[in-house]
Design a protein around this ligand. Structure first.
Ligand code: APR
Ligand code: PHB
Length: 392
């Protein structure tokens, strides 16, 4: 049995665990990250790539924003396509702010690469990770590494282990409550080394279903289409996928679309999920461990970042000033922001997708809302301020 102790044991080396670990180490707090996968696996996951100021701000605070500023693309607007019509939401004009298009994979790489230089230990390939004694002041994380049973004792555990992790199930049913909505379709995503069809993102509502034109750089595009959950990747050879994207995104995008071989294709289900509370005893839930949004609006990573901003400040106040007030209000504060982002992601999902059970009335409601957005600055402001990110 190998044994060690730290102040904060962090489960999961996704963006939540990595940002939290770095912020704590920067403040001189001991922290260890325990991750189930290996580094290559974590760096191969393709996720969204639209960063709000809360997320870019953490990289800047950590002095790890150099690559993001060199390679990332600030976007000052976003577009909604509806048949022939393209509605531009002038995010910068309306809010004075922009979003940063920079892949989550790149952000994760920046944080992992810096870990050894910042004395942030990451234990990779930890098997059978389990949390114990969370209702005490001396919880611990047990796992097996290279066949050796290990135990890390801590003052707090941060569950940054995503939707399928072990932290959330450790909170007793009598304490925690999940809220969930599952959508009757998924997103088929494709990554290709071709220039984007538009300099901004386009979210499209077409009779065949939703489509999204996104990007990772000026030479790499990321596209999605709504598909039934029964769909198989084999049913979507590249040519069929490009044809469908061109149709759904509308004539302007189609005219500028460059086709190319898919580097990656995958289908992901859509879900809204919130678990309350995000704190029990000595365990905190952070990021996807506590909540999931459908990807419409790209809020997942940014919500993980706002949780991290609240929790790191609370832990720093606890360890540096012996102040436990912020720890006591972490869950309430984080959830207030989470629910607003859940509402925005849900409403954009409802507006831009075709639901199998929807009738003509539901469709008319979508058209009416898109008409309203096209003609009202107030409606555009509602989208802009949510898309760019609500204040902390
Ligand atoms: N033990 C250790 N690590 C675990 C365990 C476990 N039992 N279960 C899961 N993990 C790891 C996963 O392998 C992963 O690396 O926890 C990490 C969780 O990372 P993410 O799933 O990326 O979640 P998070 O860090 O909260 O990032 C925010 O929001 O919408 C999404 O795309 C967005 O992935 C981003 C996420
Ligand atoms: C992406 O680029 O992968 C992306 C962008 C915006 C979204 C979702 C995904 O809303």
């Amino acid at each position: 049995m190998s044994k060690k102790s730290t102040q904060v044991a962090i489960i999961g080396a996704g963006p939540a665990g990595l940002m939290l670990g770095h912020l704590l180490r920067q403040a001189g707090i001991e922290a260890v990250i325990i991750e189930r996968q290996n580094q290559a696996h974590v760096l191969s996951r393709i996720r969204a790539g639209v960063l709000e100021t809360v997320t870019t701000g953490i990289l800047e605070q950590l002095d790890l924003a150099e690559r993001m500023h060199a390679k990332g693309l600030p976007h000052s607007g976003v577009k909604l396509a509806d048949g022939e019509r393209l509605i531009r939401i002038d995010i910068e004009g309306l809010t004075g702010r922009t979003v940063m298009v920079y892949g989550q994979t790149e952000l994760t790489r920046d944080l992992i690469d810096a870990a050894p230089y910042r004395d942030l230990e990451i234990i990779w390939e930890a098997e059978d990770v389990a949390v114990h004694d969370i209702e005490s002041d001396a919880p611990c994380v047990k796992f097996t590494k290279d066949g050796i049973e290990s135990r890390i004792e801590a003052r707090f555990i941060a569950g940054c282990d995503g939707f399928h992790g072990v932290s959330r199930p450790a909170i007793p049913d009598s304490v925690g409550r999940p809220y969930e909505k599952v959508y009757p379709f998924g997103w088929l995503g494709v990554l290709a080394d071709v220039p984007p069809c538009n300099h901004e993102l386009i979210y499209a509502n077409h009779a065949n279903g939703f489509a999204l034109a996104s990007q990772r750089s000026l030479t790499r595009s990321r596209y999605y289409i709504q598909v039934p959950l029964t769909e198989k990747l084999e049913d979507w050879p590249d040519d069929r996928l490009w044809d469908e994207l061109a149709l759904r995104l509308g004539p302007d995008a189609a005219a500028h679309m460059t086709r190319g071989p898919a580097l990656e294709k995958s289908i992901a289900p859509l879900r809204s999920f919130v678990f309350e509370p995000m704190h029990h005893g000595s365990l905190f839930l952070v990021g996807d461990a506590a909540h999931i949004v459908p990807p419409t609006g790209a809020k997942g990573l940014n919500l993980a970042a706002s949780d991290v901003a609240y929790l790191s400040a609370a832990l720093i106040a606890f360890f540096s000033e012996n102040d436990s007030d912020a720890i006591a209000t972490y869950s309430e504060k984080a959830l207030a922001r989470v629910w607003k982002a859940e509402r925005f992601s849900w409403s954009l999902t409802m507006l831009m997708h075709r639901f199998p059970d929807d009738g003509v009335f539901d469709r008319r409601m979508q058209v009416a809302q898109l008409d309203y957005i096209a003609s009202s600055e107030a409606a555009q402001m509602e989208i802009a301020e949510n898309y760019v990110g609500l204040p902390l």
